[in-house]
Design a protein around this ligand. Sequence first.
Ligand code: ADP
Ligand code: ZN
Length: 434
Amino acid sequence: MMRSPELEKMPRAELEKLQIERLQEKVKDVYEKVPFYRRAFKEKEVTPDDIQTPADLKKLPFTIKLDFRDNYPYGLLAVPPEEIVRIHSSSGTTGKPIIAPYTQGDVDTWAEIMARTLATSGVTREDVLQNAYGYGLFTGGLGFHYGAELLGASVVPTSGGNTKRQILLIQDLGATVITCTPSYALILAETALDMGVDLRETRLRLGVLGAEPWSEQMRQDIEERLGIIAINIYGLTEIIGPGVSVECPHKCGMHIAEDHFLVELIDPQTEEPVPYGQEGELVITTLTKEAQPVIRFRTRDIVSLNPEPCECGRTMTRMSRVTGRSDDMLIVRGVNVFPSQIESVLLEVEGVEPHYLIVVDRKHAFKSDELEVWVEVSEDVFSDEMQKMEALEKKLRSEMDSVLGISARIKLVEPKTIARTEGKAKRVVDRSEL
Ligand code: ADP
Ligand code: ZN
């Protein structure tokens, strides 16, 4: 098996040695083979020889999402095109999509990383793993598929959607692990109930969920409704897809695969390093990617880092939940707030379903005086007398105010009226889209 547990538990000093060796090699690689990087290095007056210690990383230029767009599709390749065996892409809702090309070596490394990732989350070769991440251009489907097969689990490649059939398959094939977005896990539970099936009574025991921000409250909700342990997993197309980091069963931050990904945390405004424990923007350098290595990619994801060894024995740095993407941040009367913070407040309140929509006025670049939040109420509250609804609304308003310091208009809506999506949930909408 490819798990290489010794790597995950290697002393930090040894890990850092491995990282710097791999970094030096990669930096040389992109400098020689990718004109974009050569130019960027020249602008910063840095050459591969300047990279001798981990601290030298700071000398290198950042890469941003726009660089991928500007060089679309093949401008960032570090190998001849015939070396490419697969190409994925991210959704690209704003302008040109971003592509992720893989060599055979990349596909193999990714499968190894994902096998290890799934093992960390608690999956074993005895498991029947139903993979409800979308198959296709999205990295989720195939990323999980290859990793789970390499680990030796029995993979059921359902992809997203066709929810009723998913429920039948969970029952018939005795799935023990479900992999999908957190929001789709809730749709599975809801659909199952409509069919008269209680997922808690199936063999499902574990969910490896990610690809979108979700709160601790959402985790509790999912665990209760599906009768599973829900584990958080993180990744992104520009870097590799799923497999950048994952929680172990201790659920105390996601272990980063630091033998493949070198991370930094910066203040998104000043670009200065942020100390451990504090929040900042995650910056990732790939150490082993062949087709499209990335130097100092600014993810825009806001997290904090914890380098302390974990109870599980792994020495790999842990990252916190992603509060949100820096570009998802809302500014309400001067107060910065992420959709997932609103989610955690909502879900603390009894009588509320984990389905909500945040309505903003995008014309004003997320800065708004008025924040409106639509929340589904549970069936019993909804069928109760008006007074109860009013009390609930008031409670939500005051919780938002006292916890987040923002006043919001709360609109309670009937159960099952907010649109469900099979992949990533859309939490923030512009008023004009309604
Ligand atoms: P797109 O940009 O089209 O959404 P990706 O699938 O590459 O395409 O999305 C990666 C992004 O998804 C990450 O940068 C991060 O913002 C978000 N994401 C992925 N996993 C998680 C997670 N576990 N928690 C929060 N956000 C996540
Ligand atoms: Zn751990």
